[in-house]
Design a binder for this molecule. Structure first.
Ligand code: ATP
Length: 512
């Protein structure tokens, strides 16, 4: 299966097995908005819980928060979102497709970087053991030429973005001869600016009501509660505040399924530190967050850092953790050193002090902030696209199996009576009713046992236990493992321990 097929398969599998549905489907859907089905909701909860426990429960100096989506409108003035949360958009006149102008250029740069990697790979094969990669990268004329080209493009692109000079930005696209991936032509419109915030109003009377925004990030709820949280939890700097919740962005280009949505969920943590120590913490959080992603077990080569050259107005260092989605390496998480920009700005706009008295320094200051911000939906997509496998079996048939990390699987164990007759259903229900107290289980007696196994494989259930006639005689069941399909006979009394040890989140947290 190539990547395009895999991606199509992920989308259709999500729908067919109750992970993700297009929103408002019976009304033909709503663009870039999705609903999570029963298994999707479980998987999403499990991913969220893993993040929350890893951040809050495992760090004595990180505490949680759940702030409202609606906030005072001045917050978005102070954060810079009213004035600066804009994307440059451009249309191709032939395909009528809309793109973010900055993304077109970044994709071009990405392709140039891929060319370098290809050159290195070729040379590696050619020179075998004698290959000095660092030397080759710094001296090979072809690589130097590509690097120089990237640097020139970067420079022009960065300047145009910083100055919001959309004429120059368009010129970069024209000069690089970037074509529309759909029409293949270079027939571009002007670049225009577009604010990404959704607005609504609060209050009964239209004339007197206040214009409100749906929050485009959860971070500001943390900043404006910084002192409330610090005082009530008696946290000392350095400490962090974590929060998960919905965010809304009127994205210009919203393709690629749940990768870019207009309503999505973020999991963010703002870490408050002494001024001057922020870059040290930034490096630490980069490593910690990468290790968290690696702990999912999909392979280290699936992740890479991408340092930002164009820094947002609030940052003095920033990078993305990128994941190799079926459509290439793309941002999964952002890690930003946000300086004291947000707190200072809220001090200015609210007229209230947002300072911390540091007993060690015996002085007050506005803390600096390092942020980690990951999209729950993008994580969901990374997990799903990495887990879905179409397996060829020895008998020539295929099975769709979702090899989810067991602690993330929606259903941990399926309880299946071999037949409904002879008291097997009753025995199976008795086992199910005990097991369900400690883990999410599913009881299924419909269809042949083979079909039931396949259904559980498709939703990623790590274990199935089957109750047969022998169970009634000696209180044993067969336990089937999803990935190996191996079956063992075990005592009923042991099932909870076997499944629990392999699927509970504690073992995963211990590995971090
Ligand atoms: P992008 O460059 O892809 O638009 P961003 O840099 O604007 O993302 P941030 O503002 O840093 O994203 O948000 C942090 C995280 O929130 C992102 O890494 C991503 O996982 C998630 N995220 C942002 N926008 C969306 C969206 N429209 N749909 C789904 N997830 C999103």
């Amino acid at each position: 299966m190539n990547n395009e097929e895999l991606f199509k398969n992920v989308i259709s599998h999500s729908k067919e097995y109750g992970f993700i549905f297009p929103s408002s489907e019976i009304y033909d859907g709503l663009s870039a908005v999705y609903d999570y089905g029963s298994y999707g909701a479980e998987l999403k909860n499990n991913i969220r819980t893993y993040w929350w426990k890893a951040m809050v429960q495992l760090h004595e100096n990180i505490v949680g928060l759940d702030s409202a989506i609606f906030m005072h409108p001045t917050i978005w003035k102070a954060s810079g979102h009213v004035d600066a949360f804009n994307d440059p958009l451009i249309d191709n006149k032939d395909s009528k497709k809309r793109y973010r102008a900055d993304n077109l250029i970044e994709d071009y740069i990405g392709k140039q970087e891929d060319k370098i990697e290809k050159e290195v790979e070729k040379a590696k094969k050619r020179f075998a053991e004698n290959f000095d990669e660092a030397l080759y990268r710094s001296t090979n004329p072809r690589i130097t030429e590509i690097k120089n080209n990237i640097a020139t493009v970067h420079g022009r692109y960065k300047k145009a973005m910083e100055e919001s000079n959309w004429v120059d930005l368009r010129q970069v696209i024209i000069d690089l001869e970037i074509v529309c991936p759909v029409s293949g032509t270079k027939n571009w419109t002007d670049v225009r600016q577009f604010n990404l915030m959704f607005s609504t109003s609060m209050g009964a009377m239209e004339e007197t009501s206040n214009l409100l925004y749906l929050r485009p990030e959860t971070a500001q709820g943390i900043f404006v509660n910084f002192l409330n949280v610090q005082k009530t939890t008696r946290m000392k700097i350095p400490f962090g505040i974590a929060q998960t919740g919905k965010a809304f962005r009127n994205e210009i280009v919203a393709r690629q399924f749940i990768f870019r949505m207009r309503e999505f969920e973020q999991m963010e943590m703002q870490f408050f530190v002494q001024p001057g120590s922020e870059l040290k913490w930034y490096e630490q959080w980069k490593e910690k967050r990468l290790a968290w992603h690696h702990s999912l077990g999909f392979g280290k080569d699936k992740y890479r850092f991408h340092d930002h050259t164009k820094l947002a107005h609030y940052a003095n260092a920033a990078c993305d953790i990128e994941f190799e989605f079926p459509f290439g390496f793309k941002e999964l998480e952002g890690i930003h050193s946000r300086t004291d920009f947000d707190l200072k700005s809220h001090e200015k706009f609210s007229g209230k002090k947002l300072q911390y008295f540091d007993p060690e320094l015996n002085s007050s200051y506005v803390p600096y902030v390092v942020e980690t911000s990951v999209g729950l939906d993008r994580l969901f997509l990374s997990v799903l696209s990495q887990s879905l496998i179409q397996e060829k079996l020895e008998d020539g048939t295929t099975r769709d199996v979702l090899r989810l990390p067991p602690f993330l699987a929606p259903v941990k164990c399926a309880v299946l009576p071999l037949t409904k007759k002879d008291g097997l259903s009753e025995k199976a229900l008795e086992i199910f009713n005990t097991l369900k107290l400690s883990m999410y289980c599913q009881y299924d007696e419909k269809d042949s046992i083979g079909k039931r196994y396949r259904r559980q494989d498709a939703i990623g259930t790590p274990y199935c236990i089957t109750i047969d006639h022998q169970t009634l005689e000696d209180n044993t069941v067969t336990i089937r493992e999803r990935d190996s399909m191996k079956q063992d006979r075990v005592a009923i009394a042991e099932v909870q321990k076997i499944v629990g040890e392999k699927t509970d989140i504690v073992s995963a947290l211990r590995r971090l």
